[in-house]
Design a protein around this ligand. Structure first.
Ligand SMILES: *[C@@H]1O[C@H](CO)[C@@H](O)[C@H](O)[C@H]1NC(C)=O
Ligand SMILES: *[C@@H]1O[C@H](CO)[C@@H](O)[C@H](O)[C@H]1NC(C)=O
Ligand SMILES: *[C@@H]1O[C@H](CO)[C@@H](O)[C@H](O)[C@H]1NC(C)=O
Ligand SMILES: *[C@@H]1O[C@H](CO)[C@@H](O)[C@H](O)[C@H]1NC(C)=O
Ligand SMILES: *[C@@H]1O[C@H](CO)[C@@H](O)[C@H](O)[C@H]1NC(C)=O
Length: 418
């Protein structure tokens, strides 16, 4: 940690970035609607060859896919989709512009250890750590305990925060954010929840009376840092893999369902690479160690992702209904209705496999199937798929950090207190 801060400080002082960042100049963001299964397979084949970056790994029956494409590959993409008679909608013509709009706060120069999180920018990992120290030292609540659940490959600490209004042995709500590095809205929402619980305990008294919170805002810090310094659209962790590729999709790496089953790839270069074995990655192994010690106290396990406005629960690895299907559906509806009625955003809800896509090795199936945490939920936060609200896909507009935090905490709170 210290050497990292030092390196960052030196780097900032000399004005050189740690790594030459990848530029997305003239990259297009495209949606294709009403696609057939054949067309979807062709898109996946394009992704396998690095021609497109799929932003939605959704099932073809959902009809719409979203992807980015470099200018030199656009003609090939156009002709491939033309073969299927699929119309392409160009949503953005220069992703770099969109990225730069949201980059404030991603430089290492200005960070402070004496302030709470800021929500008018996406915080860097260094700033998150500095602000966690601020909360940890404050006396705003009887229990604010910042701890590390383990280290990443690049030796960063994976921090968690324990928040409670007393040392009583209460049921726990566990929240995990940022497992996919580029989903900044997930991390910013965890930070928002931490901040509101600690700084506005009276507003959240009913919650704090009932629950103790354990929140891991950045479950994949190496990946998160990499999205700030080098490639805003990186998804996986940063472990070195075969064929010179980096990273494992951590949300395909839990022990749940057959390893590397449906919705994953065994190709180390793929964005949905499942890893060589369950918990091969230090980040997932750290979560496993932590949760398996705490599990008998955990009432809710919540995993936050972005984007697409979906409120989901097990299973992800099969279309079979889980034994608690009716209860989880009812709880999800409480959260979704609360958000629709109070904030206007329209979430869809249901089991992961039928709402977004089939996938093995997800944290939620693992929590539900092996840790006996019945109330396990995963949310895909803002922006929605209509992109009318502010931001595109992984690139939530930074002016929407607070609205996203407010509606998410509102919906979750309605469910938790129901
Ligand atoms: C938080 O504060 C406690 C003391 O109150 C200390 O033991 C702990 O190491 C601190 N956490 C971090 C991550 O610095
Ligand atoms: C903290 O929670 C307990 C329930 O565990 C409640 O009885 C108490 O009033 C709360 N304390 C404060 C200071 O809000
Ligand atoms: C990511 O995954 C690899 C496994 O391929 C693991 O060895 C490595 O520690 C992880 N990388 C990071 C940065 O955590
Ligand atoms: C706290 O409660 C859990 C059950 O919710 C129980 O398993 C555990 O032993 C309790 N711990 C203490 C210190 O009382
Ligand atoms: C989960 O519950 C089942 C059945 O009640 C039990 O056999 C199993 O040991 C439990 N697993 C854990 C990790 O507590």
């Amino acid at each position: 940690m210290h050497s990292l801060v030092l390196l960052a400080a030196v780097s900032a002082a000399f004005g050189v970035p740690l790594d030459e960042p990848k530029k997305f100049t003239d990259y297009r963001l495209i949606s294709a609607e009403a696609i057939t299964a054949e067309c979807f397979r062709a898109a996946e084949e394009l992704e396998g060859r690095g021609i497109v970056d799929l932003w939605s790994h959704g099932a073809p029956e959902k009809g719409t896919i979203l992807f980015s494409v470099a200018p030199e590959n656009y003609d090939e993409v156009k002709s491939t989709f033309a073969r299927f008679g699929t119309k392409l909608n160009i949503l953005e013509r220069d992703l770099q512009k969109l990225i730069e709009k949201d980059q404030i706060g991603s430089t290492y120069s200005a960070y402070a250890s004496d302030r709470p999180f800021s929500f008018n920018q996406f915080e860097t990992y260094e700033q998150i750590v500095a602000s966690l120290n601020y909360y940890n030292k404050s006396n705003l609540l009887p229990v604010i305990n910042v701890f590390s659940i383990g280290q990443t490959v690049e030796k960063r600490e994976i921090y968690g925060v324990r928040i409670s209004n007393s040392t009583a042995n209460k049921s726990v709500i566990f929240i995990e954010c940022g497992i996919h590095a580029r989903e900044w809205a997930s991390t910013s929402t965890c930070l928002f929840i931490i901040d509101r619980l600690i700084r506005f305990p009276k507003v959240h008294k009913a919650l704090l009376d009932k629950y103790e919170f354990h929140i891991v805002p950045s479950s994949n810090p190496d990946g998160y840092v990499y999205t700030h310094t080098s490639n805003r659209l990186w998804r996986k962790n940063r472990s070195r893999q075969a064929r010179g590729c980096f990273g494992v999709d951590l949300n395909r790496n839990f022990r749940a369902g057959p390893h590397c089953g449906v919705g994953t790839s065994q190709d180390s270069c793929s964005d949905i690479f499942c890893g060589t074995a369950p918990f091969s990655e230090p980040e997932t192994a750290a979560l496993e160690r932590y949760i398996s010690k705490l599990h008998s106290r955990i009432d809710y396990y919540v995993s936050l992702h972005s984007f697409g406005l979906m409120w989901m629960f097990p299973y992800s690895h099969t279309h079979d209904k889980c034994p608690d299907h009716a209860d989880l559906l009812r709880r999800a509806k409480i959260g979704v209705d609360h958000i629709a009625n109070n904030f206007g955003s329209k979430y869809v809800y249901g089991p992961i496999a039928t709402t977004i896509y089939d996938v093995t090795g997800s944290s939620i199936d693992w929590a539900y199937m092996t840790q006996n945490i019945t109330k396990s939920f995963v949310l895909e936060l803002q922006p929605g798929l209509d992109f009318q609200w502010g931001g595109r896909g992984f690139l939530l507009d930074k002016s929407r950090i607070i609205p996203t935090g407010l509606e998410t905490l509102g919906g979750l709170k309605a469910m938790w207190l129901s």
